[in-house]
Design a protein around this ligand. Structure first.
Ligand code: MN
Length: 409
């Protein structure tokens, strides 16, 4: 696959995140106006409602106040037909239609779809090994179940926000190991988790095979699972994370479709323990996507989505094994994606090794966890032959904690 050329000139630049090969889906507004469904092309957004009469889909579906949910509900044949029609419409040979384009620089982006439910997994082996080593020692780093099932927990859809919205440091109940009683205080170990989010595009009501689960995934976004480590350390046993993860989860504004990512498929790693047959994959279902984290515009980590131990398809298949119904618009977080080296760690907890080894930004500033006002950004792109499939950014400024909301301190 090479660059597919568009009549939108900026889309033909080899460094563009949004060439004709990509065509990710978002929701945008201009100057506080109504929200519109849009497709990114170069540095522009195609207002899809403005070209609805040329597309193989009912126009009312392109004005869904929920975002792209109605399009997803049409199923995989419509997803494919819509993408093909958009590639024709925006391709080099087509008649240019500047009236339907808006500059991305002038647009405000919104959540691209209404999140039905949010589940977060823990399927990055380097991350799980690092965190387990810090908390339990290297002998017991991976729990006994880890190599056999994608471990996850049911999170909150209500706190999923789009890139660009700020995130406020939470208050919570904290207790250090040497303290006898817990305290009520703002988190001092507020952190990020670099993840990919997979979006379920088809509903299901019973167990899915891994192959079926793969075909149910509509697309992917970057995902930052904000995590208050001090709240987490006190609350997480025995039922897992709760308030530590409930402040916010940020996602990037453009849904990159599974179809656009097809040329970048790669296999999950060789297993040291065979998976049970219902979780085995038969074709490559991960993707080669370069990822990076920056803090105040300094890159602090680089890794790749192919580091995952379980694919989103395996996670979704496992999610349905109990008969759990899945909805269109369900969001699945991959788990923190760290790589083998220190510079590949996808959380500050790992980068600072639990706060014991502070790290330095390029301007000399020292960090272990987030300081008020820090701007955290995730970026991601798959590198093709002379083109990229970009995700854009998943960015948020962090705000100081409110005054004690209960007036107790
Ligand atoms: Mn997470």
């Amino acid at each position: 696959m090479t660059l597919q050329r568009s009549w939108v000139a900026s889309a033909n630049d080899a460094e563009s995140l949004f060439p004709l090969n990509n065509l990710p889906y978002g929701v945008f507004s201009i100057d506080g106006g109504e929200r519109k469904l849009g497709v990114a092309i170069g540095d522009q957004i195609l207002d899809i409602a403005a070209v609805a009469d040329t597309l193989p889909i009912e126009s009312c579906l392109l004005a869904d106040p929920r975002g792209w949910n109605a399009v997803m509900e049409q199923g995989i044949a419509v997803w494919s037909a819509l993408r093909a029609a958009l590639q024709n419409l925006l391709g080099e040979g087509a008649c240019p239609n500047d009236d339907a384009l808006y500059a991305q620089a002038s647009a405000t982006m919104h959540l691209p779809f209404t999140v039905s439910e949010f589940t977060d997994f823990y399927s990055g082996r380097h991350h799980a090994t690092n965190v387990g080593t810090m908390f339990r020692g290297p002998e017991n780093a991976l729990p006994a179940n880890w190599l056999h099932i994608p471990i996850g927990y049911n999170g909150r859809a209500s706190s999923v926000i789009v890139s660009g919205q700020p995130v406020r440091r939470p208050w919570g109940q904290l207790k250090r190991a040497h303290e006898e009683l817990p305290r009520w205080a703002p988190s001092r170990r507020f952190d990020i988790e670099l993840e990919m989010g997979a979006i379920v595009g088809r509903a299901s009501s019973g167990p899915l095979s891994v192959d079926d689960a793969y075909s149910h995934i509509f697309g992917y976004v970057l995902l930052n699972d904000w995590s208050a480590r001090d709240i987490q350390a006190w609350e997480y046993q025995p039922l897992g994370p709760f308030q530590a993860k409930a402040t916010a989860t940020s996602i990037s504004p453009w849904i990159v479709t599974a179809e656009a990512l097809m040329p970048f498929r790669c296999a999950t790693p060789v297993r040291e323990q065979n998976l049970l047959p219902h979780l085995q994959d038969t074709t490559p279902m991960l993707y080669d996507i370069d990822l990076q984290v920056s803090m105040n515009s300094h890159v602090i980590s680089r890794t790749n989505y192919r580091e995952m131990y379980f694919s989103a398809a395996q996670q979704l298949a496992h999610h349905t094994t109990s008969g759990c119904p899945m909805r269109v618009g369900d969001l699945l977080g991959s788990g923190t994606i760290s790589g083998p080296a220190r510079e590949n760690r996808g959380s500050l907890l790992e980068l600072s090794w639990g706060g014991t080894e502070p790290f330095y930004l390029a301007d000399g500033a020292q960090r272990s966890f987030i300081e008020d006002g820090d701007v955290l950004a995730l970026h991601g792109a798959a590198q093709g032959d002379g083109y990229k499939i970009g995700f854009g950014s998943c960015t948020a400024e962090t705000l100081p904690a409110l005054k004690d909301p209960f007036g107790q301190t």
